[in-house]
Design a protein around this ligand. Structure first.
Ligand SMILES: Cc1cc2nc3c(=O)[nH]c(=O)nc-3n(C[C@H](O)[C@H](O)[C@H](O)COP(=O)(O)O)c2cc1C
Length: 358
């Protein structure tokens, strides 16, 4: 199985760092886990969102009013852009679960996502491969004690030698899954480091040239966070996000100026705020956005290098939030690979990932 056509370009996937190591401006974090991504919190400096995000359409569950089907089929709950905006606001990482398996209907719903080519294809055309794997049937699936009470995982795979855009395609698509699971009331947490790679690769039946890049438990959350969850959240500073003026910019003559307040973003205030809330590895928030125009919107998304190699993936997550919010607000546009003319965000080695434009 291959996720992307082999390319002559160097591999640049979510777990294959291609950004120069020298570009990382934060000190190397301590390594608390055996796998790739340590989780510390140098990036978070400001309290979480102050910008009011209008309430989205309430999540409705029409499954409760329609007749029960003979075989488990996807629940009838509509996954609308509005309801997914609500999921963006509600989602947080969850690491402790009740132990009860997914119901057949829940499994069928999730499987329907994984089989949906449109949902599973990223902005740059990669058909992302994610499989549901069970601990019971597949043997040991270690998470170094980070996850408890959950035996089912979403396991995301990428070709080892793919295209530079694979990382952002993967991040965008996997977050679409996370938001849908959130709407179903299920817990998730992106895991890029704290999982046993060989065990998950075997269970997910990786083909030659393919590797597991991200896994997430998916299941019924406990009502209270576990101690390990609390520790990981404190470690990563998970409740905080960078301030607007650190990540959003606007052209000012030949240079860029910070876009410091939602008022300056006009109709893009909510989509940008929801992009700001995206999860990222170690909560580093390696995204910067330049608002070239607000109506119609032209917004370029940039990554800043991260020695863990998750920058493109994380920008993809922010893109997922942004595109969902734009759709919910009926604001037009699509992703293109070419940046507009103009200045680059004032961050060492910032690289263009995608631009949203009409
Ligand atoms: C690409 C990626 C990799 C991550 N890897 C791990 C991991 O290996 N272990 C873990 O406990 N959390 C991991 N996280 C979760 C982040 O720490 C978390 O998303 C971040 O601190 C923000 O918290 P929130 O998701 O609750 O908003 C990862 C997140 C992302 C996006």
């Amino acid at each position: 199985m291959s996720d992307a056509a082999p390319s002559s370009t160097p591999p640049e996937t979510v777990t294959t760092p291609t950004e120069p190591a020298t570009a990382t401006t934060t000190p190397a974090p301590a390594v608390p886990v055996p796998a790739a991504a340590p989780f510390t919190d140098e990036a978070t400096t400001t309290p979480a969102p102050a910008v009011p995000v209008p309430a989205a359409a309430p999540f409705t569950d029409e499954a409760t009013t329609t007749p029960a089907p003979a075989v488990p089929v996807p629940a009838a709950a509509p996954f609308t852009d509005e309801s997914l905006v609500e999921s963006i606001k509600q989602r947080t990482s969850w690491r402790k679960y009740e132990g009860a398996p997914l119901t057949p209907a829940e499994r069928a719903t999730i499987q329907s996502f994984l089989d949906d080519d449109r949902l599973m294809t990223g902005p740059f055309g990669l058909r992302v491969r994610v499989v549901l794997v069970d601990k019971d049937h597949e043997g040991k699936l270690g998470t170094y004690g980070v996850i408890s009470g959950c035996s089912t995982f979403l396991v995301g795979k990428l070709a080892e030698r793919g295209n530079p855009t694979d990382g952002s395609d993967f991040g965008c698509v996997f977050e679409r899954l996370v938001l849908r699971c959130t709407q179903m009331g299920l817990g998730t947490v992106w895991l890029g480091g704290t999982f046993n790679g060989p065990e998950f690769s075997r269970a997910a039946q990786c083909a030659p040239g393919e590797r597991v890049v991200i896994v997430s438990p998916v299941g019924h959350k406990t009502t209270k966070r576990g101690m390990m969850d609390g520790m990981m959240r404190t470690f990563a500073g998970s409740a905080k996000r960078l301030a607007w003026d650190k990540i959003f910019f606007r052209p000012a003559g030949a240079a860029l100026a910070p876009l410091a307040t939602p008022a300056e973003a006009g109709p893009l205030a909510v989509p940008l705020e929801l992009a700001r809330l995206a999860p990222s590895a170690v909560n580093r928030q390696p995204w910067r956005m330049v608002v070239h125009a607000t109506a119609p919107a032209t917004v370029s998304f940039w990554g800043v290098p991260d020695k863990h190699g998750f920058s493109r993936n994380d920008v993809g997550i922010a893109m997922c939030h942004f595109e969902t919010a734009m759709a919910a607000a009926h604001l037009a546009g699509a992703w293109v690979a070419t940046p507009p003319e103009g200045a680059v965000p004032p961050e060492k080695d910032a690289f263009h990932v995608a631009t949203w434009r009409v």
